[in-house]
Design a protein around this ligand. Structure first.
Ligand code: NAP
Length: 294
């Protein structure tokens, strides 16, 4: 029987757990965890994402600060703001919402964030710590996926995990995490990308298939074996006459036919997506408790 991995439910559970912890911290006279978010420009999707993050902070009792900057902000000005956030002792962690306007070099910005406040987990130091299996802030989407695997008690040790996609924010960290000597983890990992020859040969051997390539309904039933665990990270917005909004979201997996062969599967929407905010909140709580950097 196929079990649907309910990311919405798990995300809400995690937020409730954090809210309960914040209550205890406050009752004991501790410092309220404080997350800041920097938004440069007026990109609609970025505004929505940041708005949702700020709202989630308020809901669970965190303090939040939104730093909204004009699209014309220079790299130098942004670096100056980052310096201020690095030195603000009340702010435990912060994110700079990506993508940034084209005239700003993202790498320079990410590297300027103090690693101990980098709750997005994008700083090279934190990525290095992840690879070395040291305490760190895991990037939001991979952290969310690891939580789903853990909370659904999915057996991963010794399994063959195939990851499609090698982006810095999803595919690459997922392949590292699934290969580490941890639980979840301990898989034999194959990482595939656009230059992989005979992709299907690999996907057919996957016990766990993590798909993050950004092509709607790319993975079909003939590409997977019976009993596979499928984690669908893709989100593609396509026009639709079935919805009020005029569009719907599709994953990278052809859900109906692949779910029929799967033991576990994440739906789109409602699978990996909702976990991103939960991950950010978990990282911020870790930052406020100085769990990663003492
Ligand atoms: P990305 O940076 O565009 O990377 C896509 C990866 O897929 C690349 O490594 C690319 O290979 C590989 N690829 C492309 N076509 C392929 C093919 N035909 N066969 C095999 N591999 C192929 O994308 P991303 O940022 O990782 O995001 C992937 C998807 O996940 C997108 O739909 C995105 O919207 C979604 N996403 C969702 C969440 C969430 O919270 N649910 C978070 C982040 C991203 P090359 O390296 O060779 O180009």
């Amino acid at each position: 029987m196929t079990q649907i991995i309910d990311g919405k439910l798990i995300s809400l559970q995690i937020q409730d757990e954090i809210a309960a912890e914040v209550k205890i911290i406050k009752a004991n006279g501790g410092k309220t965890p404080h997350l800041a978010a920097v938004l440069v420009g007026n990109d609609g999707a970025s505004e929505t994402y940041v708005g949702a993050k700020v709202k989630a902070c308020e809901k669970i009792g965190f303090k939040s600060t939104l730093v909204k900057l004009e699209a014309a902000t220079t790299e130098q000005e942004l670096l100056h703001i980052i310096d201020g956030l690095n030195n603000d002792t009340d702010i435990d962690g912060y994110i700079v919402q990506l993508p940034l306007p084209k005239h700003i070099n993202e790498h320079n910005i990410v590297e300027a964030i103090a690693p101990q406040k980098d709750v997005d987990g994008f700083h090279p130091q934190n990525i290095g710590r992840m690879a070395l299996n040291l305490p760190t802030y895991l990037p939001a989407t991979p952290y969310g996926i690891m939580q789903l695997l853990e909370r659904y008690k999915i057996d991963t040790a010794g399994k063959h995990c195939v990851v499609i996609g090698r982006s810095h924010i999803v595919g690459s960290p997922m392949s590292i995490l699934m290969a580490r000597n941890t639980n979840p983890g301990n898989c034999t990992v194959t990482m595939c990308h656009s230059r992989t020859a005979n992709l299907k040969e690999f996907t057919l051997k996957a016990d766990i298939l993590i798909v993050a390539l950004g092509k709607a309904e790319f993975v079909t039933a003939d590409m997977v074996k019976d009993g596979v665990v499928v984690v669908d990270v893709g989100i593609t917005r396509v026009p639709s006459t079935e919805t009020k909004s005029g569009f719907k979201l599709l994953g990278d997996v052809k859900y109906d036919e692949v779910s029929a062969k799967s033991s576990f599967i994440t739906p789109v929407p409602g699978g990996v997506g909702p976990m991103t905010i939960a991950s950010l909140l978990m990282n911020t709580l870790k930052a406020s408790r100085r769990e990663v950097y003492k």
